[in-house]
Ligand binder design. Sequence first.
Ligand SMILES: Cc1cc2nc3c(=O)[nH]c(=O)nc-3n(C[C@H](O)[C@H](O)[C@H](O)COP(=O)(O)OP(=O)(O)OC[C@H]3O[C@@H](n4cnc5c(N)ncnc54)[C@H](O)[C@@H]3O)c2cc1C
Length: 426
Amino acid sequence: MVRVVVVGGGLAGCGAALAAKKAGAEVTLLERSDMLAGVAVRTGDTRGNGWFAGQHELNFLGGGELGALMDSIKMYEGVKFPDAQKHAFIFNTGLIEPRLRKTLQDAGIVVHLKSRAVDVVKERGWLRAIKLEDGRLVEGEAFVDCTGTRGGIAFCNKYGKGCVMCLIRCCSFGDRVSMVEKAGGKEWHRIRGDGTPGRISTGLSVYKDTLAPWLKEKLQREGLMWVPVPPELVDLSKLGSMGAGRSREFVENLIIGNIGPVAKIFGFLNVSLVELRRIPGFENVHIEHPGSARTGHVSAIAMAFRDNSLKVDGFENLFCAGDKAGETSVDAAMLTGYLSGHNAARRAARRAPLALPTSLAIGDWIAYSTERYGSGEGQRKASYVMSRGEYWEKMQETGLYTPDVNRIRKRVEDAGLAGVMSSRMV
Ligand SMILES: Cc1cc2nc3c(=O)[nH]c(=O)nc-3n(C[C@H](O)[C@H](O)[C@H](O)COP(=O)(O)OP(=O)(O)OC[C@H]3O[C@@H](n4cnc5c(N)ncnc54)[C@H](O)[C@@H]3O)c2cc1C
């Protein structure tokens, strides 16, 4: 039996572990904190626009577990985001972690929580083992780095406003450690307008009980609301700092969603609590995460250079996924997670990794971002997502976006790849 070791238990790492297991490998998942799901515990929306096609492709490729998990915690369908995302739904973020834990347990994946990887053992281009903080070695034939790109404290001190005690919880579990970096691989950072590396991630959640009763009641009923921001608080210069293709409505309104345990403000960044409380309905609001509305953790640090199979440049048996691969969002983490884990199992069995063809949305999207990041052009931009911005436009032009599930099934079959991710490779 070949062994695959996945480092990082966010959505990407969980997808990688599931795919490697289905391909026949013995899988160990190492997570530095005390729970799975990573930053997905405060996300909330999925499958908007082109992600619909991407997720259906993944399902027909044989990787449907995480998509089914999301369906099982769906709260609101037909929600209207300003960028008019078709198919998007809001899920209960409070349920994602227990469902992930159960899904991985049922699949027979060995999960080690509170197991922070701090180094690698390698021979030339081959990794042999991951070294844990307590000195233990975890050996394998292939490895996946899903450690994300957020924090730790040193980066937040240097490139942010210091530690804001965010949901990454470096104070409790230690900083993120990149396996690619430890192996001597090359990484890249996003660059802000002023040349500073990384971005400030300011996803903001508030306690629902501190909203005005009329607002809370409407939010519970409708799931997503647009609350107009008073004109004196509208600052359109924030648009440039937001994710790919965000429209001005995200600045002119508070787009607030009920994501289960708390309410989340989508896309709005850098307001103080004093300003927030000037918005009708928010007069007594309390912020849950990160405790202050004015700043957040540093993100988009330490992305790996990788090819279209998600193999890290310069290494034979090291793969990456999710934020680490430069692909940000819950859907991106799931799609790349599965591909990386599947390919790690192939590599462990000395088989060639699979790069999905550009006749598939997932293959075309990964190839597009590989090319953009590699040329340096994409490194200055927001990440390429299927839900908005330039890649979503490309999907519509090329027909890779379609709401017709049968067409999606057919293109996977035509590529000869139906069910490939549920077939044993080992
Ligand atoms: C506040 C917030 C809100 C967001 N909202 C949305 C949204 O609504 N919709 C959407 O599509 N996207 C959203 N995103 C983006 C999306 O959540 C992420 O792109 C995605 O979840 C990243 O998944 P990941 O697995 O790649 O990384 P992470 O979730 O960052 O997971 C990385 C994991 O690796 C672990 N780790 C790190 N170093 C080590 C180590 N050395 N050893 C062991 N483990 C380690 C970490 O503890 C963590 O669990 C949001 C992000 C944030 C921060």
